[in-house]
Design a protein around this ligand. Structure first.
Ligand code: 5GP
Ligand code: ZN
Length: 117
């Protein structure tokens, strides 16, 4: 846990959130300012700032994190199949538009129309 990190505090329950999923490695919760009917944030419990800090040996857990995305999307209201679907977005660094410095995947979806952001 990194001391002044909002998402570490959320993953540890120090700051409340609307939890969508939790296991030993990962935590998912609903974005406080949703861009679509479904807007989850999926984070590793381990503090890592962004994909810019990923090394080759992070590939296994990063793969598990990516594989969780479709499961959480569908469990939370994104329709399966080509007519359904969802977006996975990771903003990295200042130029990447990242505001919270703890790696997170936005899982965004639900029946259209909704904003393309
Ligand atoms: P970023 O711009 O870093 O990719 O995205 C950060 C996201 O975190 C934003 O979509 C924002 O709405 C969300 N967020 C910021 N603070 C909180 C909070 O305290 N609780 C929740 N649930 N989401 C937050
Ligand atoms: Zn953190």
């Amino acid at each position: 846990m990194s001391e002044n990190c909002l998402f570490c505090k959320i993953a540890n329950g120090v700051i409340p959130s609307k939890k969508a999923y939790e296991d030993e490695e990962f935590f998912a919760f609903h974005d406080i300012n949703p861009a679509a009917p479904v807007h989850l944030l999926l984070i590793p419990k381990r503090h890592i700032v962004s994909l810019q800090d990923i090394q080759q040996d992070d590939a296994p857990w990063l793969g598990r994190m990516m594989a969780l995305a479709p499961r959480l999307a569908e469990e939370n209201g994104c329709r399966p199949g080509p007519q359904g679907g969802f977006r996975v977005v990771a903003n990295n660094g200042t130029d990447g538009g990242q505001e919270i410095a703890h790696l997170h995947f936005h899982i965004i979806g639900g029946p259209r129309p909704w904003d393309k952001r």
